[in-house]
Design a protein around this ligand. Structure first.
Ligand code: SF4
Length: 344
């Protein structure tokens, strides 16, 4: 489904004088990763496949590449997030070839319900189609706003499951182009504005308001389950783009100030089975917000986000999404492969 630019990657590796590389890929690009490894081996470059799970650019395997004596890391499927890298890293984003215009045409009636001034957001997969989508919508009479976003994203209009900075603009409603629920749900929760998700693959459009209300109800049920908890494990991630130690300590102190026992737990890949044996009544995940929200049904104990702990302790009333915000982004990434972490 995705074309990996083999020759471009090879040219970058030659420029870097790389003899050994580590190839990191999300689950959906494992076949492409293996093909890339074969291609590079035929060109005389030793390639090692990274077998750990990877969900985002927040988790580059640069340290592992360094330990393995690799001259470079190839990170497939995601664009660069502003982070310090230990080895030169080639980011190879995966762009979808699907045409987004037919799904916009089909759902014009629903899109008009957002208002005249709309914000347009998408995931990295469709970011190269955002200009076309804007042009089409402007011809239909909309005023289209594309927010710049912060340093966690690579391009204006891009959203992540943990960052909706590009959706926070002056607009009546938000139009999300893409598949899956989590991103548009996050947009709706983070902006509290009417959000319509148009799926360019299926052509379907879904209003996220009801979905957001349903999710908030489920999250309040988790908070209620944690009400009687006396001890909490506060999980901090060791993944560099999810490492929020100051926030984890703030939550730890808040819990202790409110008479709860709490300890910090450091984890890389966070899942409940790895926590078996700890005597905590409940957990707080101060890492990727998708972990407690997507996976909570697999946890035997209540699992909360930092924002939800504040609600539990009576320090707020309104439900807030646990976003990870960055700083100012100076430049946009190219719409293609990009090399970072090279000493200048
Ligand atoms: S923290 Fe989670 S949502 Fe954010 S980029 Fe990483 S995997 Fe994606």
């Amino acid at each position: 489904m995705y074309e990996i630019p083999l020759d471009e990657i090879l040219a970058e590796l030659r420029r870097l004088n790389a003899n050994r590389v580590l190839i990191q890929s999300p689950e959906g690009l494992r076949r492409e990763a293996e093909e890339l490894a074969s291609f590079l081996e035929n060109k005389g470059i030793e390639a090692i496949l990274h077998g750990e799970v990877n969900y985002g650019a927040c988790d580059p395997a640069d340290l592992e590449a360094k330990r393995l004596g690799c001259d470079a890391l190839i990170h497939l499927g995601h664009s660069y997030m502003t982070l310090h890298l230990e080895v030169p890293t080639i980011f190879v984003p995966a762009f979808s070839e699907v045409d987004v215009i037919p799904s916009l045409k089909k759902n014009l009636g629903e899109i008009r319900k957002l208002g005249e001034k709309i914000a347009l957001v998408t995931t990295a997969q469709h970011i190269h189609k955002l200009g076309e989508a804007r042009e089409f919508l402007e011809k239909q009479g909309f005023e289209v706003v594309i927010g710049k976003g912060d340093s966690r994203v690579s391009w204006p209009g891009q959203v992540l499951g943990c960052n909706f900075s590009s959706a926070r603009v002056d607009a009546e409603g938000i139009l999300f182009i893409g598949s899956g629920y989590f991103h548009p749900l996050g947009v709706a929760l983070a902006t509290k504005k009417p959000t319509l998700a148009v799926n360019p693959y299926s052509g379907d459009a879904i209003w996220m308001t009801e979905e957001a209300e349903r999710l908030i109800r489920k999250r309040w049920a988790q908070i209620a389950k944690a009400m009687d908890a006396k001890s909490f494990g506060v999980i901090v991630s060791t993944k560099k783009g999810q490492l929020r130690l100051a926030e984890a300590k703030r939550i730890l102190n808040l819990l202790r100030e409110h008479g709860k026992k709490a300890k910090l737990i450091a984890m890389d890949h966070i899942s409940y089975p790895k926590l078996e044996g700890f005597p905590f009544d409940a957990y707080v995940v101060v890492a990727c917000p998708r972990v407690p929200m997507d996976d909570y049904e697999n946890w035997m104990k209540p699992v909360l986000t930092p924002r939800e702990v504040e609600l539990l302790l009576g320090l707020g009333e309104d439900y807030e999404f646990d976003e990870i915000l960055g700083t100012e982004r100076r430049t946009d990434e190219p719409l293609g492969i990009a090399v970072h972490g090279v000493e200048k």
